[in-house]
Design a protein around this ligand. Structure first.
Ligand SMILES: Cc1cc2nc3c(=O)[nH]c(=O)nc-3n(C[C@H](O)[C@H](O)[C@H](O)COP(=O)(O)OP(=O)(O)OC[C@H]3O[C@@H](n4cnc5c(N)ncnc54)[C@H](O)[C@@H]3O)c2cc1C
Length: 386
């Protein structure tokens, strides 16, 4: 039977495994030096400019980008390994992560050269952070309903409107914003939106906090009142942002960060169950690890396909859907498996604290970066079912 979903059987190359050793040694050193504490990073304290600058010094931000802009011209599979090791060890990579994953590649592809020369090397040094301004109060899944307006002025653009759920807007230097530059047309409702580079220090921009269930301040509401952007803030073609998003979304959706956000629960569960778990505990751990292994192989495959110049949009959506459901279910599964375990009270205290946090963040995992229903709609369309 043929299917429009094809995962190439890709394995990590030796240079990626070599890099893994370097990354592990670096993380061990930084933990010992007190640059970060994995436990508090697992509890959401993962924005750490000092750590980001050290990662920049190693050359691990923009690893795949051209050397001309501070990159290393290494492969996506090597980048995969860095992301994976950072996630598993609770490294606080939040400050640079959005720019590394998607804003930098976006600038490299669509920004004017003087903008690239100015900003991209600062990203690779771990000094310049980005947020994403897509969602609005009435436009989340349906991004093409965005209303925040960019009007042409004599020498640039005037922005008015409101974005919501903007992660890290309060500590980012720039936003990549999606704004309405003209109306949709009768034959293309996606027409009329343009991506812009927004300097967050521009007068007329107000950032207000939105606290989530854990009480942490991660996302925000961003209000634009006659904020003036220069001419060269336009990224790509005016009115045609919809043409620019396809492979960016595959990168955003298929990385290991899409199933490793609650991973810290798994080793804690192993600790709590102890050296001789009961049959139920052992079977449960085995099942979770087997599922994780499969997700990992699928995610590596998508990254390898992207590196080979393919556009595995469907496969990326499958990885995000399966991966986010797995990481979302993990805390409840761990609670079930550990309910009757007789464990050391010290191990149990850490486990309980992490479990509380993971349980509170679990609902968001299938919303951020595209909801479960939207992904399944994409997969169904790709399979010719709708
Ligand atoms: C932790 C977190 C961080 C975020 N960070 C950012 C950020 O940095 N920048 C940013 O721009 N956004 C961000 N978002 C917003 C996120 O992208 C949106 O919440 C998401 O796209 C859903 O949009 P919405 O909240 O408006 O819900 P809606 O689109 O209103 O959806 C509500 C419900 O209806 C379902 N639904 C909607 N349309 C359909 C359909 N066609 N078919 C079937 N079901 C449908 C959805 O699946 C969902 O269950 C973040 C969200 C979270 C949770």
């Amino acid at each position: 039977m043929s299917s429009s979903i094809e995962f190439d059987p890709i394995r990590l190359p030796p240079e990626a495994e070599e890099l893994r050793k370097e990354v592990r040694a670096f993380l061990k050193e930084e933990i010992a030096a007190g640059t970060f504490d994995p436990h508090s990073a697992h509890l959401g304290k993962s924005f750490n400019p000092e750590f980001s600058r050290k990662v920049g010094e190693r050359g691990w931000i923009g690893l795949t980008w051209p050397k001309e802009y501070g990159g290393q011209e290494r492969s996506f599979l090597e980048r995969y390994v860095v992301t994976e090791e950072f996630r598993v060890s609770g490294a606080p990579a939040r400050a640079h992560f959005t720019a590394d994953r998607q804003s930098g590649p976006m600038l490299l592809k669509y920004a004017p050269d003087e903008v690239k020369q100015d900003i991209v090397p600062r990203i690779t040094r771990g000094e310049c952070y980005f947020c994403i301004g897509m969602s609005e109060p009435d436009s989340g899944s349906d991004l093409f309903a965005a209303k925040t307006k960019a009007e042409k002025t004599a020498d640039g653009w005037r922005i008015n409107g409101r974005k919501v759920w903007t992660s890290n807007a309060h500590r980012s230097h720039y936003m990549i914003g999606l704004f309405r530059t003209s109306s949709a047309t009768d034959d293309n409702r996606r027409h009329g939106l343009t991506q812009f580079l927004v300097d967050m220090s521009t007068p007329g921009i107000t950032v207000r906090p939105l606290l989530h269930l854990t009480g942490n301040h991660e996302f925000n509401e961003v209000i634009f009142e006659d904020a003036l952007l220069p001419e060269n803030a336009v990224l790509g073609e005016v009115d045609s942002a919809w043409k620019q998003a396809t492979s960016e979304l595959a990168y955003e959706r298929s990385g290991p960060e899409r199933f490793l956000e609650t991973i810290y629960i798994l080793p804690e569960l192993v600790n709590v169950l102890g050296k001789e778990p009961d049959v139920r505990g052992a079977e449960g751990i085995g099942r979770l690890v087997a599922q994780l292994h499969t997700l990992r192989r699928m995610s590596i495959s998508v990254n390898g396909m992207l590196a080979a110049g393919k556009e595995p949009v469907l496969e990326g959506s499958v990885v995000k859907d399966l991966g986010t459901n797995w990481e979302q279910a993990l805390p409840a599964k761990a609670r079930e498996l550990s309910a009757f375990a007789q464990s050391d009270p010290g191990n149990r205290a850490d486990f309980d604290e992490l479990m509380r946090f993971a349980t509170l963040i679990a609902p968001k995992l299938t919303i951020q970066g595209g909801t479960r229903e939207i992904l399944r709609g994409i997969i169904a369309r790709g399979l010719g079912l709708r």
